[in-house]
Design a protein around this ligand. Structure first.
Ligand SMILES: [Zn+2]
Ligand SMILES: [Zn+2]
Length: 454
């Protein structure tokens, strides 16, 4: 029998292709050959988040829907406390480890670099959750010196809507050829919805994006008429005063099939497009009309990340759940984007937290209830409300064994089997089973006997 070491490289590479992120990372440290194989096999990471705020650091690597590795670093008496969790927000599942005393930001960046700064790893979106005002970071020295000229292969770079200090670092953070888009994003929370119902985008020509587009995207939980009216006037002022803003777009995910429609206001022009995905209205000054129209015309779906059909499932899921971080990790809640006149932010966050807590409880109940139901019934239920079913998939795909074998960073999560209740088979199922089993057995018996005689 051939063992792993004697397998041809092609087969090994095939195996590596199917490994999850952490197993892949651990395999690098098994031998030189393995390391070479891993490094020559591409791996796509849908999203990475790096956060730093008030001495705390966050490294979060998403590998799929409800699949993530999360590390939170903070200073403690003995050194740096690392809290690690995987695919779950349950505080009971957090494992901890103490690293020797060192700078929290630098340690976080080193982990980020070691895990992700490699030409074999492509990051679809990298989000930097560093609020502008709080830290006194010397960005150039501290961030770039720690990364030590290593760059990430990032397609979409995401900053908080009000963070500007990171922008000059873009050419040093990303491999230029891979970089496609800068997004500065935020969440408007004045509405009752728990998922965004509208996106407001400003497209800006930006000196630091190496010619790539820059969007300022506000995901709104409020899609009411008053807020769209306020945006209309704000956009008009912005477009007339800031020549760098080429267009503003309001994207709503309610189907509205229609031909492109032009509306001229006194000093701006609106173009509205609509289809089965939703509708989107772009506003621009007359001088930019031709340029903007050229971008709008070929676009099939202008609803962007709110479109379940046109967006990849992970990106859709991620943005649908943006508000949920106020329940899961309220400390990292700096994405709130305030529109003057739309309620007090503090109170808004408090209300949102209450509503989210209620919603999570309801979800929990649903999960328990579905677990007790029969297999056949469960399928129908998941089909009916397929978005809520997403939460359930994670239970099945919870994989084990991706330990973190790094020498200087050995944070093994003990995989504890969750109290998985196996759904009890229904009476019809067991009836069928007991009915068919004897027939099956006798058929096999018949096969064996007939082979013996003929
Ligand atoms: Zn669409
Ligand atoms: Zn490592």
């Amino acid at each position: 029998m051939r063992d792993w070491n004697h397998l041809p490289v092609e087969i090994k590479r095939h195996v590596v292709k199917n490994l999850d992120f952490m197993s892949r990372h651990s395999m690098k440290s098994t031998s030189h050959v393995e390391r070479l194989i891993v490094n020559s096999t591409c791996f796509k990471v849908p999203r990475v988040r790096f956060g730093y705020k008030q001495g705390k650091c966050l490294v979060m690597i998403y590998t799929g829907i409800e699949k993530f590795l999360r590390l939170e670093l903070s200073k403690c008496k003995e050194g740096i406390l690392v809290e690690r969790s995987e695919n779950t927000w349950d505080p009971r599942d957090i494992t901890t480890k103490i690293l020797p005393p060192s700078d929290v930001l630098k340690t976080g960046l080193t982990i980020l670099k070691n895990l992700l700064a490699h030409e074999s790893i492509i990051i679809e979106a990298m989000e930097w959750d560093i609020p502008d005002e709080s830290p006194k970071i010397k960005y150039r020295q501290e961030i770039l010196a720690t990364l030590d000229n290593e760059k990430f292969r990032v397609r979409e770079l995401v900053f908080l809507w009000n963070t500007v200090v990171l922008e000059p670092l873009i050419p040093n953070l990303c491999v230029v050829d891979d970089f496609k888009l800068l997004r500065r994003f935020g969440l408007e929370i004045s509405g009752d919805s728990l998922v965004p119902v509208m996106i407001h985008d400003s497209q800006v020509e930006h000196p630091w994006t190496l010619g790539r587009p820059c969007y300022q995207s506000m995901f709104c939980l409020n899609g009411s008429l008053p807020i769209t009216l306020v945006m209309h006037f704000q956009d008009r002022d912005l477009l007339l005063s800031d020549p760098k803003t080429i267009a503003t777009v309001l994207r709503v995910a309610s189907p509205l099939p229609q031909k492109p429609d032009r509306q001229a206001h006194s000093d701006t022009i609106n173009w509205t497009y609509g289809n089965e995905c939703g509708y989107w209205t772009a506003k621009m000054i007359p001088a930019n009309e031709a340029k903007v129209k050229k971008m709008l015309d070929p676009e099939k779906c202008g609803v962007h990340y709110q479109c379940k059909n046109c967006t990849d499932p992970f990106t859709f899921w991620y943005h649908q759940n943006l508000a949920r971080r106020f329940h899961q990790e309220p400390f990292w809640g700096d994405i709130v984007w305030q529109i003057p006149g739309f309620g007090d932010v503090e109170m808004g966050i408090r209300n949102l937290k209450i509503e989210l807590a209620k919603d999570e409880k309801k979800k929990e109940k649903m999960k328990k209830w579905e677990k007790e139901k029969s297999w056949g019934f469960k399928e129908i239920l998941v089909e009916k409300c397929d978005f809520k079913g997403l939460g359930q998939e994670s239970e099945e795909v919870k994989d084990s064994g991706d330990a973190f074998y790094d020498k200087n960073f050995d944070i093994d999560a003990e995989e504890q089997p969750e109290n998985m209740t196996i759904p009890s088979p229904t009476s019809t199922f067991s009836l069928k089973f007991f009915f068919i089993l004897p027939i099956l057995l006798s058929f096999m018996f018949y096969l064996i006997i007939s082979h013996l005689y003929y």
